[in-house]
Ligand binder design. Structure first.
Ligand code: PEP
Length: 254
């Protein structure tokens, strides 16, 4: 069975390379635990090398985003091919904080194709802005998934694709405000149905769905158990080595 997937989205933290060094040292103390997972760390770009040097035996490098480029020369742009040559294995694409700055479903779809061409695993973020009793948010989700994965087909290398279900209303909140396991299960079933409609059952079943949004040590076990997800995308709790370790443990405890 595939290992659970854990992705740390450090965003614009820690605030300095020396603070990142402290966090990396703490994380490496749990290297044996992390080896039981597929762990990816998405640091601010200038920290890539430090992260790679200190976590090479237990974590892979990931990107928080990358520019959608076409052929030609692009001043100021760091393309997926360059980043891949640094050992990057996964790219978070379409995070809600990027969408809030103007990222569209269309640019997400272009980036997914660029990442697939470079052999980088695409972790495509989707999630409703708010949840309503009538289930309107499911329509939003269906549209977002279809448009974000537009242009992919059954022949695409789906082994390089994963989805992160991140309801925007839960991101950056505390565990008490996170989604309930029952609601998460419902959303995961819905997402799987959309993927089956797009790619057919056999392929859709191979696309892992992760959850992100206020995952903390206190809610990780309940959110992982029986909800159909294959792992977590973690924001603020990934910056605290102790919290992150507890979240990792929840993924391997059966
Ligand atoms: C995120 O921003 O991807 C995220 C999941 O954040 P948090 O864990 O802080 O809610």
């Amino acid at each position: 069975m595939a290992k659970p997937i854990l992705v740390a989205n450090w965003k614009n933290h820690p605030g300095s390379l020396s603070e990142a060094g402290v966090l990396l040292k703490q994380l490496s103390g749990s290297a044996r635990l992390y080896q039981k997972l597929s762990l990816f760390i998405a640091p601010p770009l200038p920290y890539l090398e430090s992260v790679s040097l200190r976590t090479g035996n237990f974590a892979h490098l990931a990107l928080q985003d990358f520019p959608a480029s076409s052929d030609g020369t692009h001043t100021g742009m760091v393309t997926p091919d360059i980043l891949k040559s640094f050992g990057v294995k996964l790219a978070i694409i379409g995070h809600s904080e990027r969408r809030a700055l103007g990222e569209t479903n269309d640019s997400v779809a272009q980036k997914v194709k660029a990442a697939l061409r470079s052999g980088i695993l695409s972790l495509v973020c989707v999630g409703e802005l708010s949840r309503d009793q009538d289930g309107e948010h499911f329509e939003f989700l269906r549209e977002q998934i279809k448009l974000s994965l537009a242009g992919l087909n059954r022949k695409t290398d789906i082994s390089k694709l994963a989805l992160a279900y991140e309801p925007v209303w839960a991101i950056g909140k505390r565990a008490d405000d996170a989604i309930t396991p029952a609601d998460l299960s419902q959303s995961v079933i819905f997402i799987k149905k959309v993927l089956v409609d797009m790619f057919g059952r056999t392929i859709a079943e191979r696309i892992p769905i992760l959850y992100g949004g206020a995952v903390e040590p206190v809610d990780a076990t309940a959110l992982f158990g029986g909800t159909g997800i294959k792992g977590f995308l973690v924001g603020h709790a990934s910056l605290n080595a102790k919290s992150f370790k507890t979240i990792a443990e929840s993924l391997i405890r059966k």
